[in-house]
Ligand binder design. Structure first.
Ligand code: TXE
Length: 498
């Protein structure tokens, strides 16, 4: 039991070069349960010197250690051992994730299953992914394309899916032979501490996986401004992503950015109504809308819109909001008071912009929820593309509704976004479905489904949703350099300058 025989809540929480240490400056941060505001841990907070030590440890493990050249089968075996340990501690870590983020235990268990599947997937992929031979036409030349690890990777994750997002980075990085410095969100660090403990126990060599904690402006900035980091993989807000890309450009450090979205869900009049209502509802209100791919923008065909929105509002008003540890809760609180304040400001903006509030728009009345950062599922009807509430990522339980007449209008609205992470389409007409999914400029498009993903398929965005891909072979490619080796087995005088 991670929580009892190795108390997570007790320091130290920084992992540098294979050793757990306190923050050298004595910094620490209180971590609160968003369901009731209680302090559940006090976590060490790194200062820039600690971050420099973490990078130096990762650098040494990469430049002078065995890990980058460790046979692929051994690297894959480490990933499998990590997956097995995660399976053994699944319930404990799910509980930690729920206490830290507020999400329901059911969601945390699903996250854990995804994380385990991702470690297993990359163990398999890297083991079967062979070098490529190239036929040059000259039998004396052995030409091949091989993959090598990119180097030291800074992995920065957000607070909505702390363990899942970090695992989408750590698993392919380790599979590729990289060394890493991981920094979880300062708001939700606990499950990543648990993960790094398990990685340690699984036998990762010292310095291969380092962990720092702390604020983006301090620990994050030190990590992303270092010339000794070869790749920064970041998931979080667009403004932070742009800031990181600017800093990375100083040293031409590679960046991979997953920056969220404002995701349209297109519903045609011929779509089967009950399943479409259900998909739109789940797509936007799961995890109280704190999902980068949440379907926050309903775009519905005008002749069924009134009836569809009424059915949706009825179901939204009945979503049971409550603590993630209560099995009867269907969605939990927002991650923090600060974040709820941001969501509330967006609701006020929607009203000021003239959208029609048809459900939610406030905190729950239940006095038992008063100490948590809860917010009710909220729907705004009669929205239009010029509204900020339609264009900006609110990252809360807010759905906006727009109407369309023709297929061309639906596509135009679906593409009218600076982002491009994900989109959904619902129609009973397969030919139209195929036309529309091909026309939408988004990294993932679901046809008659929503929110699904699998470790074997790439995940990432068009436009301002970011650069690069996670998951799938593309997610492994982010962590690898490609090298072409040209071996002339019969060298002879070429005679160019005779
Ligand atoms: O995220 P930040 P915030 C969106 C969502 C949300 C907004 C801001 O709209 O309201 O972003 O959220 C680290 N250098 N998403 O402020 O700041 C930080 O410590 C290096 C979308 O909480 O992007 C944390 O580890 N690192 C999203 C991580 O970046 C820095 C998920 C994310 O924090 C840094 C979360 C800096 N200067 C929010 N500043 C998604 N795509 O899923 C911060 N960090």
């Amino acid at each position: 039991m991670i929580l009892t025989d190795e108390p997570l809540l007790r320091a130290p929480h920084l992992h540098l070069g294979g050793t757990w240490v306190r923050a050298s400056g004595g910094g620490a941060r209180e971590i609160r349960n968003p369901a009731d505001g209680e302090v559940i841990a006090v976590v060490d907070e790194a200062d820039p010197d600690d971050v420099a030590r973490a990078i130096a440890a990762a650098r040494a493990a990469f430049d002078a250690g065995d890990w980058p050249a460790t046979p692929v089968a051994e690297r894959a075996a480490l990933l499998v051992r990590i997956a097995e340990l995660l399976e053994a501690h699944r319930d404990d870590i799910a509980r930690i994730e729920t206490l830290d983020t507020g999400k329901t235990l059911r969601e945390s268990h699903i996250d854990l299953d995804d994380v385990i599947a991702v470690f297993r997937y990359y163990a398999h992929l890297v083991a079967v992914d062979a070098d490529r031979l190239v036929d040059t036409g000259d039998p004396a030349v052995l030409s091949r394309v091989v993959h090598e690890p990119v180097g030291v990777c800074a992995l920065i994750a957000p607070w909505n899916y702390p363990l899942l997002q970090m695992s989408w980075k750590i698993a392919p990085a380790l599979a590729a032979g990289c060394t890493v410095v991981a920094k979880p969100s300062e708001v939700t660090p606990l499950s990543t501490i648990a993960l790094v403990r398990l990685i340690d126990r699984a036998g990762a060599p010292p310095g291969v996986v380092n962990l720092v904690q702390g604020a983006g402006a301090v620990a994050g900035a030190a990590l992303t401004g270092s010339p000794d980091v070869d790749l920064i993989s970041f998931t979080g807000g667009a403004a932070t992503g742009a800031d990181i890309a600017r800093r990375a450009a100083t040293h031409l450090t590679r960046v991979a950015l997953e920056l969220g979205g404002k995701n349209p869900h297109l519903v045609f009049a011929d779509a089967e109504r009950d399943s479409a209502v259900d998909a739109v509802l789940t797509g936007v209100f799961l995890h109280s809308g704190q999902v980068c791919s949440a379907g926050t923008r309903l775009i519905v065909q005008d002749r069924v819109a009134d009836e569809f929105v009424a059915a949706l509002a009825d179901r939204a008003a009945r979503i049971r909001v409550g603590p993630g540890t209560d099995p009867s809760s269907r969605t939990g609180p927002l991650v923090s008071e600060e974040h709820r304040a941001k969501v509330e400001a967006y609701v006020a903006l929607g009203i000021a912009e003239g959208a029609t509030l048809i459900t939610g728009g406030k905190r729950p009345d239940d006095p038992r929820l008063a100490a948590g950062s809860y917010y009710l599922p909220t729907i705004f009807d009669h929205c239009h593309r010029g509204m900020r509430i339609v264009q900006e990522e609110t990252f809360g339980p807010i759905l906006t509704v727009e109407r369309f007449g023709t297929e061309a209008e639906a596509i135009a609205l679906g593409n009218d976004t600076a982002y491009g992470l994900a989109a959904g389409v619902r129609t009973a007409d397969p030919a139209r479905g195929e036309r529309v999914v091909r026309a939408l400029r988004h990294g993932t498009v679901w046809l008659n489904d929503f929110g699904c993903y699998t470790p074997a398929a790439e995940w990432g965005g068009f436009g301002r949703s970011g650069t690069g891909r996670e998951l799938g072979p593309g997610g492994l490619a982010e962590y690898r350099e490609t090298k072409h080796i040209w071996h002339n087995t019969a060298p002879a005088v070429g005679g160019w300058f005779d």
